[in-house]
Design a protein around this ligand. Structure first.
Ligand code: 13P
Ligand code: ZN
Length: 270
């Protein structure tokens, strides 16, 4: 059996959590990541019959029965992931009709997966239904996206259009736009269900006055998705109080669609 700390998925997870912390997106224990793993890759590093403990998850995700995830721990600081991965991360397999998480590695101090496990697992189900290659759900607290939810309309079309207008390549990176939830209590099944519903139509979901969720096929792509939206929000926060003299027009957005072979969300461009 190979050392799990050398597994490409583990190395990438540690690098990503560290990078997110370095970007200032994950103060204290803010943020969480779940990465779906294949049984074959897990079996290279772990005895999948050796369950350390079974943890009830408080909802059921039967679609994910038997699926493996590498998940950040609740209350754990992204800052510390690189120094103690076996305490701050865990590998779990969903069992019992998706009602239980079987711990196979990690959470070594007796901890458990993120309090946002409902939003993560329900979002995996929602994204897999529209994209069989989806593997990652990522949540963090980037300052500019968060700031924007205090001063900008939360209408999804308006929010998306503003972000698209802030950097030329935004529409190429997230042509399906950004969905937005109003403020809701975090760490609940309710916000999980609401997030998953929003994930059916976009890979980015803003939690007003809280943060953002992103989904994608790998950690790099999902990080890049949030990074691009956050850059756009940063530009918005730099210019929103200034007179806008020019912007990117809808005609120019259509040129981008044609040139990059992407299709903007239906009805979002004039
Ligand atoms: P956890 O420490 O439980 O992952 O919670 C962090 C967070 O960002 C809650 O939304
Ligand atoms: Zn959060």
């Amino acid at each position: 059996m190979k050392d799990i700390l050398t597994a490409p998925f583990m190395v990438e997870m540690i690098r990503t959590a560290t990078n997110m912390y370095d970007h200032g997106w994950d103060e204290r224990n803010g943020g969480n990541i779940s990465l779906m793993l294949s049984e074959a890759e897990v079996k290279e590093y772990l005895d999948t019959d050796a369950v350390i403990r079974a943890i009830p998850i408080g909802f059921s995700a039967p679609e994910l029965e038997g699926k493996y995830f590498l998940v950040t721990g609740t209350g754990k600081y992204f800052k510390n992931v690189q120094y103690a991965p076996e305490v701050n991360l865990g590998v779990v397999r969903l069992a019992d009709g998706g009602k239980t998480a079987e711990l196979l590695w990690g959470y070594a101090d007796g901890g458990k997966f993120t309090s946002e496990f409902p939003a993560h697992m329900m979002s995996h189900v929602a994204r897999l239904a529209v994209d069989a290659d989806n593997r990652v759900v990522m949540h963090c607290h980037p300052a500019n996206l968060l700031a924007m939810t205090y001063v900008h309309s939360l209408d999804e079309r308006e929010f998306t259009r503003t972000l698209w207008q802030m950097c030329t390549e935004c529409i190429v990176v997230f042509p399906d736009g950004v969905n937005v939830l109003p403020w809701m209590l975090c760490g609940t099944n309710e916000i999980g269900e609401a997030t998953a519903e929003k994930m059916a139509t976009a890979r980015l979901v803003v939690w007003s006055q809280h943060g953002i969720y992103g989904a994608g096929k790998d950690l790099d792509e999902t990080f890049g998705l949030i990074e691009t939206a956050e850059k756009a929000a940063e530009i918005y926060m730099k210019i929103a109080h200034l007179p806008i003299v020019q912007s990117i027009t809808d005609d120019q957005m259509h040129q981008l669609e044609a040139h990059f072979g992407v299709k903007a969300r239906e009805g979002y461009l004039d």
